[in-house]
Design a protein around this ligand. Structure first.
Ligand SMILES: [Ca+2]
Ligand SMILES: [Ca+2]
Ligand SMILES: [Ca+2]
Ligand SMILES: [Ca+2]
Length: 502
C-alpha cells in the first residue's frame, strides 16, 4: 500500500469516526479541541479560530492545542488547514467511580470482590430475608448491626434464653453477622445483604464450643421461626445421625443451610467437616483476594463453593471491628449471596412447581465463577460465588415455554415477581395463545391476568395475521406476584418469555 493511499485510508477512518461522534452542542456548533503542528502563538490561534467564525474557549500550555466552539462547516475547513494537526470532539467526561461504592466497601473486600456493590446499587440489599446465625451470638447493640437485628435465642443458657448476646473471646458470631448484614450506613463495613434480617441463635459458648444437641436445637428453632437461610460457621469431624437428620429436615422444610467447610487445611488433611459435608448443607471453602484457596481451608470432596475468607474485616463485640481468617468467614459470604438472590426473586429453575431452596442452590451453582480445573472440582466446588451473576439471573429471566403432550401443569412455567415493576415480553414461535395467570397470596388476580393471542406463521396468510409478540408490564411493587404462563398451540410449538426488572 502506498503512503498516499494509507493516508487516504486513515483520513476516511477519521472522517467516519467523526460522523459517529455524538454531538452535544446546539445550533450546529460543537465543542472541539483543535491540535496544531506547531504552537502558532496567541495571535495566530485567535486568528485561525476567528477566521472560521468560532469561539475560543481555552488555550493549553503543555500541548499544542486549544478548545473552541465551531460550526460543522468550520470544523471541515479547519481539518483541511495545513497548520491544523487534528480536530476532535471535546467529549463530556465523568468521574470513574471506584468499583466499591465507598469506604465501607473498601473495608469489606470480600463483599466487593464477589460483586455485591453493584447489586446494592440496584436497590437489592436482602430486605425481608431472614437469616439465622447459629454461632456464639451477636452483639445486637453494635451500631453496624442493631437495625438489622430481629431477635433470636440463647440455646446454651436456657436461663437467659431471650438474650443471645455474643460473649465469645473473638467475636465469632458478631463477625459472621457483619459479613452477612452489616448496615450500609456510611460507617465501618458493609455486609453482603445490608438490609437482611439477622437472628442470633446462640449454640456456642464463650469459648466457641457447644454440643451437637445445641446445634440441632438451633436448627429446629430456625425451621420453627421460618428462617430462609441458616449460617453455620461450625464444624466437627464426627458424623452424627441426629444432626444429619436435623439438617435434612430443615432442608426439606425449605431452609437453605450454609456451613463452613472447616479450617482443616492447617493440619494438611483438608477434609470437609460436618455439618457442611451433609448433602443438605452447602460446604464453603475459603479463598484469598487472588481466588486462591487459603492454606487453612478444607479442600476436598464435598466442597460446594469457595468464597472470601482471608483477612476479612467485620464487626466485633462492643461496637468494634476486627480481622478474622477462615472458612467461618467464607460461609457467610455465600449466605449473603443467597439472601440477595432471595430478595431479587426466585424462579422455579428445576421445574418442580415450586420456587424454593432447591432453586436457590441451583442458581448459586449456575452462576459461580469456575476456578481451577474446568467444571465442578473438589478444590473449588462450583467455584467462587458471584452476587452479581446470581442476582442478574433473577433480574433478567428468560423462560422457554413449550407445548408438549400433557396438561396445563406440565407445560406451564412459573415465576415469582416482587417489589418492582417488571417488563414482560412474550415472543411466540408458533404457539397460538399464552395464558398469563397472576396470583397474589394464592388469590387469583383477574385484572392482572390475560390471554394473549398470536399469529400462526406458516399456516395460511389469513390465519397468520396477528402479531407474534407482545410486551406488557406487571407492577409488583410492595407485593409478591406468582405468575404462571401456560401455552396453547400445536404440540412442539414454543415461545420465549423475557422478564426484566426495571
Ligand atoms: Ca456500615
Ligand atoms: Ca454438603
Ligand atoms: Ca423448583
Ligand atoms: Ca472448577
Amino acid at each position: 500500500m502506498s503512503k498516499h493511499s494509507q493516508n487516504t485510508l486513515l483520513f476516511i477512518v477519521l472522517m467516519n469516526l467523526w460522523l459517529f461522534l455524538p454531538s452535544a452542542a446546539m445550533a450546529g456548533e460543537r465543542r472541539v479541541i483543535v491540535g496544531f503542528h506547531q504552537t502558532p502563538g496567541a495571535a495566530a490561534e485567535h486568528k485561525i479560530i476567528k477566521r472560521h467564525r468560532g469561539k475560543l474557549r481555552r488555550k493549553f500550555r503543555r500541548i499544542k492545542a486549544l478548545s473552541a466552539r465551531l460550526t460543522d462547516q468550520a470544523i471541515a475547513e479547519l481539518q483541511s488547514d495545513p497548520a491544523v494537526a487534528y480536530v476532535e470532539e471535546d467529549t463530556p467526561i465523568t468521574a470513574i467511580e471506584p468499583e466499591f461504592g465507598g469506604s465501607e466497601y473498601l473495608e469489606a473486600w470480600g463483599v466487593s470482590h464477589i460483586g455485591a456493590a453493584s447489586v446494592h446499587a440496584r436497590g437489592i440489599k436482602g430486605a425481608g430475608v431472614k437469616i439465622a446465625i447459629l454461632d456464639t451470638g451477636i452483639d445486637y447493640t453494635h451500631p453496624d448491626l442493631d437495625d438489622n437485628y430481629r431477635g433470636g435465642i440463647n440455646i446454651i443458657d436456657p436461663a437467659n434464653a431471650a438474650d443471645p448476646f455474643d460473649d465469645s473471646w473473638n467475636s465469632h458470631g458478631t463477625h459472621v453477622a457483619g459479613i452477612i448484614a452489616a448496615q450500609l450506613n456510611g460507617n465501618g463495613v458493609v455486609g453482603m445483604a445490608p438490609e437482611a434480617s439477622l437472628y442470633a441463635v446462640k449454640t456456642l459458648d464463650a469459648g466457641g464450643s457447644g454440643y451437637i444437641s445445641d446445634l440441632i436445637a438451633g436448627i429446629e428453632w430456625a425451621v420453627a421461626n421460618d428462617m430462609d437461610i441458616v449460617n453455620m460457621s461450625i464444624g466437627m469431624r464426627k458424623d452424627s445421625q441426629a444432626l444429619a437428620e436435623a439438617c435434612a429436615n430443615a432442608w426439606e422444610a425449605g431452609v437453605l443451610l450454609v456451613a463452613a467447610a472447616g479450617n482443616t487445611g492447617i493440619f494438611g488433611l483438608g477434609d470437609v467437616l460436618y455439618p457442611a459435608l451433609y448433602d443438605s448443607v452447602i460446604a464453603v471453602g475459603a479463598t484469598d483476594a487472588n481466588n486462591t484457596v487459603h492454606y487453612i481451608s478444607a479442600a476436598g470432596a464435598g466442597i460446594e463453593f469457595v468464597a472470601p475468607g482471608d483477612n476479612i474485616y467485620s464487626t466485633a463485640v462492643y461496637g468494634g471491628y476486627g480481622l478474622l481468617t477462615g472458612t467461618s468467614q467464607a460461609s457467610p459470604h455465600v449466605a449473603g449471596v443467597a439472601a440477595l438472590v432471595l430478595s431479587a426473586g426466585l424462579d422455579d429453575l428445576n421445574g418442580d412447581g415450586a420456587a424454593d431452596n432447591r432453586d436457590l442452590r441451583i442458581q448459586l451453582q449456575d452462576t459461580a465463577l469456575d476456578l481451577g480445573e474446568p467444571g465442578l472440582d473438589d478444590t473449588h466446588g462450583y467455584g467462587l460465588v458471584s452476587a452479581e451473576a446470581a442476582v442478574a439471573k433473577s433480574l433478567e429471566k428468560h423462560l422457554s415455554l413449550v407445548q408438549n403432550r400433557g396438561g396445563h401443569r406440565d407445560n406451564s412455567r412459573r415465576v415469582i415477581l416482587k417489589d418492582a415493576v417488571y417488563t414482560v415480553k412474550l415472543a411466540s414461535n408458533g404457539v397460538r395463545k399464552i395464558m398469563v395467570k397472576v396470583f397474589e397470596n394464592n388469590r387469583y388476580q383477574r385484572a392482572l391476568s390475560n390471554i394473549y393471542s398470536f399469529g400462526r406463521p406458516g399456516v395460511s396468510r389469513r390465519r397468520a395475521k396477528g402479531p407474534n409478540g407482545t410486551t406488557f408490564t406487571l407492577d409488583a411493587r410492595g407485593r409478591t406476584l406468582n405468575v404462571i404462563f401456560i401455552p396453547r398451540g400445536r404440540r412442539g410449538s414454543s415461545a420465549d418469555i423475557y422478564i426484566n426488572r426495571r
